[in-house]
Design a protein around this ligand. Structure first.
Ligand SMILES: C[S@@+](CC[C@H](N)C(=O)[O-])C[C@H]1O[C@@H](n2cnc3c(N)ncnc32)[C@H](O)[C@@H]1O
Length: 213
């Protein structure tokens, strides 16, 4: 747990249970009560400092967003942003492991999964840790509604190539692929922190949308 540099993180997190939900397992199958509506739920696994999920929540008030991040020291930066933005009603954070989504979501609770600039884990022996490994795809499938989607952006060519093969082998439909997202920047693209950093260095941004059949 990377808490050493931010000793105040735990206290700040505990002060905002309306944003970082303290007992997320109680929300499973019950998210309409949490948000007070039955709008679609989009989650981002590995949300980092929250720029994407906050931007999406502000841009799309009729969609509920949940940012999922493992580390206190990282998620606390997302929390700071969200507090500064007056806590949009359609946004929550979970400080949990994306490998355990089934503890917090029932089948059909989620209608889209976003993966942005996921850790590449380049060594073959670490392939199971990649968020687009078949083990993770099966976890996403078990919480997504039928024909639910994954939207994935990365600067990492190796991870992108791996993910295309992994999703194809899983039997998913590829609905969109871009090898240079910023060459034709969609009007509604919300940049992540990593996207800003890598595109500023001139690196192409890869993006795909795929769907369970
Ligand atoms: C490279 S950063 C990208 C952050 C952000 N999505 C962006 O694009 O700027 C990856 C983030 O995913 C988080 N992460 C990695 N594996 C995770 C998992 N299994 N569950 C939740 N978060 C995870 C890491 O802690 C890290 O903050």
């Amino acid at each position: 747990m990377r808490l050493r540099n931010k000793p105040w993180a735990e206290e700040f997190i505990n002060e905002h249970p309306d944003v970082i939900l303290p007992n997320p397992e109680q929300c499973k199958g019950n998210w309409a009560t949490v948000f007070g509506n039955d709008h679609p739920i989009h989650i981002e696994v590995g949300t980092g400092k929250g720029q994407f999920v906050l931007g999406m929540a502000l841009q799309n008030p009729d969609i509920n967003y949940i940012g999922i991040e493992l580390y206190d020291s990282v998620i606390v930066s997302a929390l700071e942003r969200i507090v500064e933005a007056n806590k949009p009603a359609n946004l929550r954070l979970l400080k949990v492991n994306g490998a355990k989504l089934q503890e917090y979501f029932a089948k059909g609770d989620v209608s889209r999964v976003y993966l942005n600039f996921s850790d590449p884990w380049p060594k073959a022996r670490h392939a199971k840790r990649r968020l687009t490994h078949e083990g993770f795809l099966s976890i996403y499938e078990s919480v997504l509604m039928d024909q639910g989607e994954i939207h994935f952006k990365t600067d990492n060519r190796g991870l992108f190539e791996y993910s295309l093969v992994s999703m194809n082998a899983y039997g998913m439909a590829l609905n969109y692929v871009s090898l240079d997202l910023h060459a034709n920047m969609p009007k509604d693209n919300v940049m992540t922190e990593y996207e800003e950093k890598f595109s500023a260095k001139g690196q192409p941004i890869y993006r795909l949308e795929c769907q369970f059949k």
